[in-house]
Unconditional design. Sequence first.
Length: 385
Amino acid sequence: MTRQRRSGIRVTSPWLVAVLLLAGCAHAPAPVLPVAPAIKPSPVQCSDLVSCGARGDGVTDDTAAFLAAVNATPLGGALTISTAQTCFRISAPVVITKAISIRGEGWASDSWGMRFGEAGFLAHFHGSVLCSDVSSGTALTLTPSAGGRFANFAVIGPGKGTSTGVSFGAPGRYLQVSSIDNVVSGNFANPVYIFAQNSTFNGLRVDGAAPAGADLIGTGVYIGSVPSGSSNSNTFTGLVIAGGNHVNLYASGQVNVFNGFDLENPAPNDPTATQIEAWLCNECVFTGGYIESAAGQNYTGENIVVDGPATRSNSIGATFTNMHISGGPTSIHLKHAYHTTIHGGQVGRILIDATSGPTNLFAVDYDALENDGGQTNNLQEGAAW
């Protein structure tokens, strides 16, 4: 065997060895820590997206930085979505089951009711903005069991596909006793899904929701029902939905209260579009709502439809107070609707089907009332409040 002679300088002085070691440490690169999987706590200590490595330039994929920030946030803590240069780009669906809160620094927009997928949609939004490339599935799912707070950020979609923007809760994993403040979701086929119990939603806004393709349904805000017998009391204040959806607001379940909302369908892509569909919405309350629909030549949609199975004649129905509804051939259509109350406000045509139960109308300023055989009692005409 042939041995090779090692080349180099042999240092024997202990003092010189120490000097060389110190010099080498001064110029050595910092060790690279391995990135922990998303299911494990992150070794990175950061409290916002930027300090976790997100760029927010709208080009760099910030998904990994977002997940790192979630993992670094302690239970019960709050993750901050910083103000982006453009937006924080998210390329894959993100599901957060951890009991944390997510708070942005605020967002601003000069957009109002832009059509789904319209060029330049994202450029109208500034601040704590997530821009999602997700065209199917759900961009952001938030399912902490209780006590979460989500505030002051926007989630903007790609303007194509069938994706959902933000899902507050999920079937079988309901968002409970949580608060949502000043959150916007737009440019998705279905901007917001809600599966929540005993939670409050303040200033929730959907913008530019409806898809341009006839093959996509498009629901602005979908509120799913909870299991039978479960406690459910959600409150929505200042809800704003703008854009040409197939259904702007789909509400089901018990005791959903809507205060001071504004729904607009200025240019519906679907000529049969509906503003509010209340399905099995027992004890739902709609107060101080403004609804405006485009009354185009081919538009046959209805503003509010109250419906449900024909077997719930003993249920407590929905209440509409001080509603202001304009546009469209029908303001309120009661199908399988029982014990519905309409009190005050200014509406157009009210249509009551034969399959509807007792209906109470008090001081409603309406253009026309058509009763096709349904039970109507306590009918008191007059000016609005």
